[in-house]
Design a protein around this ligand. Structure first.
Ligand code: NAP
Ligand code: ZN
Ligand code: ZN
Length: 351
């Protein structure tokens, strides 16, 4: 298959900085849309993958799965999009389309789902490359329509930070009067607060960072609990219906389980791996509590969220950076110094 060389930013090794490199994109097939990338959000997963934190990265890695841009080419069978449309791509670029999960719009749980980066491009028989690049070619099924009324840069984080928190909020039927807690105020956490608030829930942020209190309240939280303060944690024992835990690294989740009400659920979306210290089943059994996990969201659900954001005027709080600032942005992310999502102005790659 013919390919086209495209400028990108990525890394050749787990311990190397990201720098300029060239990648190959496939030529558009009949079902493909070619997108000129204008903005790309920076997810903590980009950092995990660039540095091989999960142990399955394939190099070179070009991260980026919060992609916003304009259609510049369409294949012969494409019916949903035309040249000039404002569109987006999130964390998924392909799946089998026929398994039990795909049939019910849960492509993210398809055994053959293809991630936007580090997945397997069946056309080129090599790894996929993400949005820290000039352009991308994606099957139209995995391309999303953007609401026209929202800032194009500030909507980018909805494609991962937004959908990853929206999906559990919807699955666990959060609505008016649901008591929701969000653990960690970063990219995912700040979208979780906004979305849970927009669904009518009572929202609490549980954070290690007292200096983020006012921001959390401005984002829509009703209360902030500092996780290192025992008396504050004791005050919310048995309280929450749903907790969304966005902490990226290993941590003790037992104190959070204690804050769940009877029938309450703690959903892990951040840390991937075995827990340490171990999970104590006692409070779970004594209170019919659940510890669960959740992965991004399907394409239909992501479109539902984009439309919801359009109707409610919801976008992300962003700090715009140039692609040349990405390594420094990763270091700030490791210090939890993100307010509250970096978004790359991809025009900087052309310089
Ligand atoms: P982020 O912007 O860096 O935010 C993470 C927040 O967690 C920090 O701001 C901090 O908040 C808190 N935190 C960080 N390190 C901590 C530690 N060691 N102990 C306790 N709290 C800590 O990251 P993000 O982009 O929101 O991503 C969060 C995690 O979700 C990452 O691991 C990412 O890979 C994962 N993720 C999962 C999915 C999925 O589908 N499940 C999708 C996207 C991302 P405070 O300062 O408030 O404590
Ligand atoms: Zn992400
Ligand atoms: Zn499938």
């Amino acid at each position: 298959m013919n390919t086209k060389q495209v400028k990108a930013f990525g890394t050749e090794a787990a311990d190397a900085n990201l720098e300029k490199l060239n990648i190959q994109r496939r030529e558009i097939t009949p079902n493909d849309v070619e997108i000129d990338i204008e903005y790309c959000g920076v997810c903590h997963s980009d950092l995990h993958f660039a540095r091989n934190d999960w142990g399955f990265s394939v190099y070179p890695v070009v991260p980026g799965h919060e992609i916003v841009g304009t259609v510049v080419g369409v294949g012969a069978n494409v019916s949903k999009y035309k040249i000039g449309d404002s569109v987006a791509v999130g964390c998924l670029v392909d799946s089998c389309r026929s398994c039990a999960n795909c049939k019910v719009d849960l492509e993210q749980y398809c055994p053959e789902w293809v991630g936007t980066y580090g997945g397997h491009d069946k056309h080129l028989d090599m790894q996929t490359f993400g949005g820290y690049s000039e352009s991308i070619v994606v099957d139209e099924h995995f391309v999303l329509s953007l609401p026209a009324n929202l800032d194009k840069a500030a909507i980018a984080p909805v494609l991962c930070a937004g959908i990853t928190t929206w999906s559990p909020l919807r699955h666990w039927k959060v609505g008016k009067d649901t008591k929701v807690a969000v653990v960690g105020l970063g990219g995912l956490g700040h979208m979780a607060i906004k979305l849970a608030d927009a669904l009518g829930a009572e929202v609490t942020l549980i954070s290690r960072s007292p200096d983020k209190t006012q921001d959390a309240m401005n984002l829509g939280a009703d209360r902030v609990v500092i996780s290192t303060d025992e008396s504050q944690m004791n005050a919310v024992q048995g309280y929450f219906d749903l907790i969304i835990d966005t902490v990226p690294y290993i941590h003790d989740i037992n104190p959070y389980v204690g804050t769940l009400s009877t029938n309450g659920t703690l959903v892990l979306v951040g840390y991937l791996g075995p827990l340490d210290p171990m999970l104590n089943s006692m409070p779970m059994i004594m209170g019919r509590k659940t510890v669960a996990g959740s992965l991004i969201g399907g394409i239909a659900e992501t479109q539902e969220l984009l439309d919801f954001c359009g109707e409610h005027g919801i976008t992300s709080e962003i700090e715009m950076i140039k692609i040349q600032d990405i390594n420094e942005a990763y270091e700030r992310m490791l210090k939890s110094d993100v307010h509250y999502r970096f978004v790359i102005d991809m025009s900087s790659l052309k310089k």
